[in-house]
Design a protein. Structure first.
Lengths: 385, 421
């Protein structure tokens, strides 16, 4: 069906003002969220004409917690746990650029082993996140088995993260100057076993989910985001790469030891909901590959630079970005020489997908709303910060 | 000042005796007089010319020879058929077992355990069943929930819709023969009557959704209407070759026509189309768009709560039983199968013959198998979109149904099979 893309291309579906009674003529306004099984802590005001969405107005802000302001009242170390909270499913990813920025601003050296551990944990966390996301993608499209399987397999990787850091979800594992503690001796063997099992398991997801003709009928050709639109609207992460843009911070601006590891950036040309669901699946293979390589090449030595009790930053600023599971995640840190940051600014990928979502939903069918919304990789809590 | 009295054994005994006193008072002053008034004014049922009064019941307890000849007439009475065996109780029990089987089966597919705790330690034999009382717990929960009616709802229709759905679903089971002679309403056009009853559902669903006075139920109701109407046609066309081959519209006649070959062997395409359309009629995954929770909350069920919701679910599962049973009857030879089970005799009087017990056994097994297939589809597929659904229904399934009819006619014309039983 060619009803996708912008509303301008569809004759007869523009909102032509109000009727005499002040109501939209023939338009039904649905408030999808915040009390809706398919929305999360987020509202999407959707105007439908029959089954076609003529307009979708994202309305974020239900879970704003003032993370940036909170940072100004805590010192650099105290900021670590609460900065994970906006995105606990990918807690390493959201903490990574903060740690990098603090290291730059306070000029803290990082031991080589810690860099490898960080990369490995970030990739394991990426898989943990993608599985969570994929499971909800499944249940959004009514595929309950695809909800249960990734949730179950996620446990294996969570076990690994717990073994290394001591916490299942919010690890608080990365600290300025390395990682909080070294991995146990038994970790590499167990990690290799779990990661290889997990890689084999990924094939079964394709069998039950991606190869399913009904899943393809729901996602192929739905919500097509062209390469130009993806760049102009500021899409990032898997959404951008699914539209054929070869952009990955791990390659463009390698941090820690990503430039020493061998991996590919996954891109697809189609830019539809299927590609946006398929790219993360392919990326999980790369993540497993990166984690295994990092385990292989990991040198021995210390994992943490000893810091003073209350580390101070030099006067200045730092801007660091990483490729989190949802895309480019950047921190802008300003320091006035105190133990506390003067200003912290988070640029989160979820927030950047909002205009893309509004753009893709316009002209789509109501039944395409879950697949487009969820393929955006939008997390309300992260977007609101 | 209110004080919390401590537990003492004498107080406990006192409260138990007090309770016993009130129970005896209520029984002797209210319950027993009501019982006697009822016994005095309501005439006892007459079965096989014998008046079943309480004294006869007591006699039966001490001397079973008196009651044994009355068992078969009781089983043959219309009340028993409607209320108990091929009728409502059997269907509801089947639906209950089906829900439990569905939950366990799906759980196995999804690397879960499923219902586990409820009833696990109640009986020594329940340990391996694991949570078989979960459904009772769910039922109690639904009974305990407040039924919230939206302020702008059309109240009579809103209340009536679940009841009408249950009645229509229960009407379906009256037409299905479970064993030779075991059918509530053995009418000549029972297949037509089945489709007439299925026609109730879209209308009731639309009324329920419209009466809810809410946006999501309205969208869900329209979707259900589209879906049910466009899948009714392939459903009817899929069984047309059956009617041609069996040359009867009576379900009993159709089963008897399959004494040599099950119709699934002769018209497999029809069985396929019937199965798909039955899934759509049941609004089950992959055709559960009227209840797609990520799009329209719970569709036309959104405003239903408590036991009204429970009734709709009951109607759905009874309908599932009815359609599985219909599939068995039309394509899998109904009660046909080797007669290996012995009949049932009670004190020398044959209550059920060998063919009846075997028929019931085979019918139940086959129906359950069909229902499990429906559950299997749920575990492996996502939901389809309405345009895909309508296109598949109006073009592919109807085309397949016509091919199916041609195959049946060709089989007849070439003399591969004869007409009728």
């Amino acid at each position: 069906m060619s009803g996708m893309g912008s509303a301008e291309g569809i004759p007869g579906f523009q909102i032509e003002g109000k009727g005499e009674d002040g109501m939209d003529r023939g338009i039904l306004t649905l408030s999808v969220g915040p009390q809706h099984p398919g929305s999360g802590h987020f509202r999407l005001v959707v105007k439908v004409d029959g089954d076609i969405i003529v307009e979708a107005l994202p309305d974020p802000g239900y879970v704003h917690r003032g993370e940036e302001k909170m940072c100004e009242y805590r010192n650099y170390i105290q900021n670590i746990p609460h900065l994970e909270r906006p995105m606990i499913a990918d807690s390493c990813g959201i903490l990574y650029p903060y740690v990098l920025a603090v290291e730059e601003i306070a000029n803290i050296p990082v031991p080589e082993r810690a860099k490898y551990i960080r990369v490995m944990m970030a990739e394991i966390n990426r898989c943990i996140f993608e599985l969570y996301w994929l499971g909800i993608y499944g249940i959004f499209l009514g595929h309950s088995t695809m909800f249960m399987w990734p949730m179950a397999d996620r446990e294996l990787l969570i076990d690994l993260a717990e073994m290394a850091s001591g916490a299942r979800v919010t690890h608080a594992y990365f600290v300025p100057g390395g990682v909080r503690n070294d991995i146990p001796d038994a970790f590499p063997e167990k990690a290799r076993r779990h990661l290889l099992y997990f890689r084999n398991r990924l094939k079964e997801y394709r069998d039950i989910f991606y190869d399913n003709p009904l899943f393809q009928a729901r996602t192929v050709g739905v919500g097509v985001l062209s390469r130009e639109d993806a760049i102009n609207l500021g899409a990032t992460g898997p959404v951008l790469r699914a539209s054929g843009v070869d952009h990955d911070i791990r390659k463009v601006e390698p941090y820690d030891v990503y430039d020493e590891l061998d991996f590919d950036v996954v891109t697809m040309k189609e830019g539809d909901s299927f590609a946006r669901a398929y790219v993360p699946w392919l990326e999980m293979y790369e993540s497993v590959e990166i984690a295994l390589q990092a385990l292989e090449k990991m040198p021995s030595g210390p994992v943490r630079t000893k810091l003073g009790p209350n580390p101070k930053g030099a006067v200045g600023e730092a801007f660091k970005r990483v490729e989190a599971a949802r895309g480019e995640l950047a921190y802008y840190l300003v320091s006035d020489g105190n133990p506390r940051p003067y200003r912290v600014k988070l640029s989160v990928p979820s927030f950047r997908e909002i205009p893309v979502m509004a753009h893709l939903l316009r002209g789509a069918k109501l039944a395409d709303m879950p697949s487009i919304y969820w393929s955006m990789n939008y997390w309300p809590v992260e977007a609101d910060r | 000042m209110a004080t919390v009295s401590e537990f003492t054994f004498s107080n406990f005994i006192k409260s138990v005796l007090w309770l016993l006193f009130w129970v005896l008072m209520i029984v002797s002053l209210i319950a027993l007089p009501i019982l006697f008034i009822v016994l005095f004014y309501v005439p006892p049922p007459v079965i096989n010319g014998v008046e079943i009064n309480p004294y006869l019941l007591l006699t039966m307890l001490t001397n079973p020879q008196v009651g044994a000849p009355l068992i078969r007439p009781t089983l043959d009475s219309l009340f028993f058929r409607i209320a108990v065996f091929p009728g409502f109780t059997f269907a509801a029990l089947f639906a209950t077992v089906l829900i439990f089987a569905e939950r366990k089966f799906l759980a196995k597919m999804q690397l879960r355990v499923g219902p586990y705790h409820a009833g696990r330690e109640a009986f020594w034999w329940a340990n391996s069943l694991g949570g078989f009382l979960q459904l009772i717990a769910d039922l109690l929960k639904l009974l305990g929930k407040e039924i919230i009616v939206p302020s702008g709802a059309d109240k009579p229709i809103f209340w009536a819709a679940p009841v009408v759905l249950v009645i229509a679903a229960a009407g379906l089971i009256a037409l299905i023969p479970v064993a030779p002679g075991w059918v509530i309403a053995d009418i000549d056009v029972s297949l037509l009557a089945v489709f007439a009853l299925l026609g109730f559902f879209p209308l009731t669903v639309l009324l329920a959704s419209y009466a809810s006075n809410s946006k999501y139920p309205f969208i869900g109701g329209l979707r259900a209407l589209y879906q049910l109407i466009s899948y009714e046609i392939p459903l009817i066309l899929a069984v047309l070759p059956i009617v041609i081959l069996a040359s009867t519209l009576s379900l009993t006649g159709i089963v008897e026509a399959q004494y040599a070959y099950w119709f699934i062997l002769l018209v497999p395409i029809g069985a396929f189309v019937f199965f798909i359309t039955a899934l759509a009629e049941l609004e089950r995954i992959p055709f559960d768009l009227p209840e797609a929770e990520s799009e329209i909350v719970a569709g036309w069920l959104t405003e239903y709560s408590g036991m009204t919701y429970g009734l709709i679910q009951l109607a759905n599962y009874i309908k599932m039983y009815a359609l599985s049973a219909l599939f068995t009857t039309l394509f899998l030879g109904g009660w046909m199968g080797p007669e290996f089970l012995p009949g049932v005799e009670v004190f020398g009087v044959e209550v059920l013959s060998s063919s009846e017990t075997s028929g019931i056994f085979w019918f139940t097994i086959k129906t359950f198998g069909v229902a499990l297939f429906m559950i299997l589809v749920r575990g492996t597929n996502p939901r389809v979109k309405i345009d895909v659904l309508l296109r598949a229904g109006w073009s592919k399934l109807i085309a397949l149904s016509f091919i199916n009819v041609f195959i049946a006619v060709a089989l007849l014309y070439l003399g591969v099979v004869g007409v009728g039983p």
